[in-house]
Design a binder for this molecule. Sequence first.
Ligand code: CTP
Length: 482
Amino acid sequence: MQHFSPEELKDKVSTPMFQLIGQVADELGMECYVIGGYVRDLLMNRPSKDIDVVVKGSGIAIAEAVKARIGHGAHLSVFRNFGTAQLKWKGQEVEFVGARRESYTHDSRKPIVEDGTLEDDQNRRDFTINALAICLNHDRLGELVDPFGGVMDIEDGIIATPLDPDITFSDDPLRMMRCVRFATTLHFQIEEETFEALGRNRERLKIVSAERIIVELNKIMMSDQPSRGFVELQRSGLLELILPEVAALDVVETKNGRSHKNNFYHTLEVLDNVARLSDNLYLRWAALLHDIGKPLCKRWEPLVGWTFHNHNYLGAKLIPPLFRRLKLPLDERMKYVKKLVDLHMRPIAIADDIVTDSAVRRLLFEAGNDIDDLMTLCEADITSRNETKKRNFLNNFKLVRIKLKDIEEKDRIRNFQPPVDGEEIMHLFGLTPCREVGVLKTELKDGILDGKIPNEHDPALAFVIQRAKELFQLEVKETPAS
Ligand code: CTP
């Protein structure tokens, strides 16, 4: 952590925006502080986002006075119900609020709010590192108010609640997710008492909406090492409530002295591997979920050992209900994850054998434009500790990639459109829509994917005419267009 002297802190909050807010607060006779995430990020030298300002008095009154001082160019939104106001000026967003005291009822995240002191306001915050405030009034400008040792916790890399963690988490159970999220993104440790309270209060997560949970989960997913978060979610028992399909991977069974791998830790390794290679959130989701079919199809086969046949297929089937439950998008992004989970064994199966053109062509056909992401996922999936095995797989993958490129250039399969379509087939043989048309279309597709004929109109047409005759004794009625 960067160490700032009081003078340096004063400098940091001497921007035109803070100076103006401080001046207006002085005129209104209000104590005024910048507080929360902004201060944490400032002390950690991280890029800071929105600014939260807390005053002893009315947040709306000071926001209106600041807006009046700036005039045009600033935009103010007032939320009377919440007693807050948001000012946008020169690309910055400042949220003003009066210092408050909060008390919670058991069945809701919505607190009963009363006016309070700065201390009350700091008490109601989630973590010591988020409860830091810097004064903006002129005669105390830059003074840090840190009642819970937040600065020390930043230095030591600790996430801890300011008050009894059972109260902090029970008051607002979303904070349990925030706790794991901050530990993950900042690479901090969760303090012991705080961690134990996660487990004790986990059932309280049920009053938090899926939408809010997913925001935190996605932030964990987008961190540089998401496994850190999933280990904590699992250890605390939270994961079982959110993603039981992933939590269920955390088993090792042994039979006749043979154990299968722990698929939870394997999954986390794959997720971290993907996170090193790509910022695509849904590719990361595919990595997290790629093996969720395994518990459903685990078998012990005496001659082979542990098998997980079809786990890709069963896993893919679990994706839509899982996305629906978690309020993840049900559009193309869901289909993308489903497709990757379904296909994730294919490149491995190809690379394990002689890499034939036909297998590669079929893979390209099914993966379409997502082929590169699928290859990234599959390479990330090789977590074997056996270096020779790993090297062999990766070398074969290189071969698959070369073949993919060659075949794509030659046959343009990625966005495959058959060179002869159903309309043309019907016209050719004077048919109305019927089973024969479907069979001929499939024959044509297979012929191209198997490399029997090139992906071009005339050879495709000749092939269709020949197969129509062989299979259905159909003769050409209309002269084909060429
Ligand atoms: N806060 C809280 N409990 C919550 C959410 C927020 O106590 N469930 C407090 C914390 O003091 C936090 C501040 O409100 O610092 C602002 O919240 P928010 O903007 O959501 O988070 P940040 O801490 O700024 O961090 P980030 O923007 O990364 O979410």
